[in-house]
Design a protein around this ligand. Structure first.
Ligand code: TRP
Length: 374
């Protein structure tokens, strides 16, 4: 077992051991009982069934309150540092499912401030225009406009600031250093930033004037922010936000996390069919060096990026996925065929997504918090 991996909100490196991560972060694994409980409110989502959403904090507490007639709101977000890729969509797809099942309002925070502070190559104008593009991708997934509010940090700061202040007063520099690994070279904005990401956990309570529970679906890399938020919540008189965490969406090169910094192994929501075919065509697979060898010895789906894509998002039918595994292992299907199938599925998905993304431009103004103008 290798502990040689790193997961922070700003960096994921090495081969992530998700079991070890649960222990490191002190979260809880989603067990069979919780999976069944969640499925009982609506159809079981593939991402839950396949353990992609695999860790949580306080889900049972949240559902107990819900059962007693106390609804919760959802909160998730995106740091706008570039175009949206398939990995970003994954937690949002699950968030949309949660909105449908629980009828919950969702707040979507676009942290143009965060990416400006943490990325030396980006100006505020850049992160703001990327935020607009990212918001279109979010809305394209079909969130209910009546129950969706988009927060752009630099625009809606008057809503966030009083909450962020309250949080920041209770978080010491030494906590920030211990949780995020800051040192004396970090700019002072980045040290304060976690209180801005904490603020939406309490926004619905603040706006409604009563305590309302919050559920955050997010990548497990974001958990450190909310660990801090959860520590201060009771001191401020709010509920601790509950969380449900997903594993990272893999890159086409076979790595653990699809990364915007390597465009050829990343599929963006705006990619053309040609680009999708080219990128999938070059993906890392579990195939052998020659077709003959693969026919004889079979491939290895466990390490294969093409298989991972099907597992995460592009093959919802369990029976078909199982069949693929056995056909791959027995050498019955070769990588070319499997890649062509994945490309076709991604292209179908993106064609529809791009259409809806265009439609979102017409109503994005209606779902921004306090009706700000992009
Ligand atoms: N920090 C996140 C990112 O870089 C953006 C974010 C803000 C977020 N609030 C969130 C993500 C809540 C998940 C949940 O992408």
């Amino acid at each position: 077992m290798s502990p040689e991996f790193k997961v922070t909100p700003w960096e994921v490196s090495g081969e992530v051991d998700y079991d070890v991560l649960v222990e490191r972060f002190g979260t809880n694994r989603i067990d069979e009982a919780l999976r069944e409980r969640m499925a009982s409110y609506g159809a079981e989502h593939t991402l839950l069934k396949r353990n992609v959403f695999y860790s949580h904090r306080d889900m049972n507490w949240l559902l107990d309150l819900y059962d007693k007639g106390k609804p919760f709101f959802l909160y998730t977000g995106r740091g706008p540092s570039g175009d949206t890729h398939l990995g970003h969509l994954m937690p949002w797809i699950f968030a949309k499912h949660l909105q449908d099942v629980f009828g919950a309002t969702i707040y979507f925070q676009l942290t143009d401030d965060e990416k400006y502070l943490f990325r030396s190559d980006l100006e505020l104008e850049d992160t703001r225009s990327m935020a607009y593009q990212n918001a279109l991708d979010f809305l394209a997934l079909g969130f209910d406009p009546e129950r969706t509010r988009i927060i752009l940090d630099t625009e809606n700061i008057h809503r966030l600031y009083p909450l962020a202040l309250k949080v920041s007063k209770r978080v010491t520099f030494s906590t920030a250093k211990a949780v995020f690994g800051f040192d004396n070279s970090n700019n002072i904005g980045s040290i304060f930033y976690t209180s801005i990401q904490a603020a939406p956990c309490f926004i619905e309570s603040e706006m409604k004037g009563e305590n309302i529970p919050c559920l955050i679906p997010c990548g497990i890399d974001q958990d450190p922010h909310f660990r801090v938020a959860r520590d201060v919540a009771p001191v401020l008189g709010y509920y601790k936000p509950a969380l449900i965490h997903n594993k990272m969406f893999p890159g086409l090169e076979g790595g653990d996390k699809m990364s915007s910094s390597s465009p050829e192994t990343t599929i963006y929501t705006t990619d053309s069919p040609k680009a999708v075919k080219r990128k999938v065509g070059k993906a890392f697979t579990g195939g052998r060096v020659s077709a003959e060898e693969q026919r004889a010895e079979g491939g290895n789906p466990e390490v294969c990026a093409v298989f991972k894509y099907k597992f995460f998002l592009f093959e919802e039918d369990d029976a078909k996925l199982d069949e693929l595994v056995s056909r791959c292992r027995s050498g019955d299907i070769l990588c070319g065929e499997c890649k062509a199938d994945l490309s076709a599925k991604i292209i179908d998905f993106l064609t529809e997504h791009q259409r809806r993304r265009g439609e979102a431009e017409a109503f994005i103004g209606d779902v921004t918090l306090d009706g700000f103008d992009w």
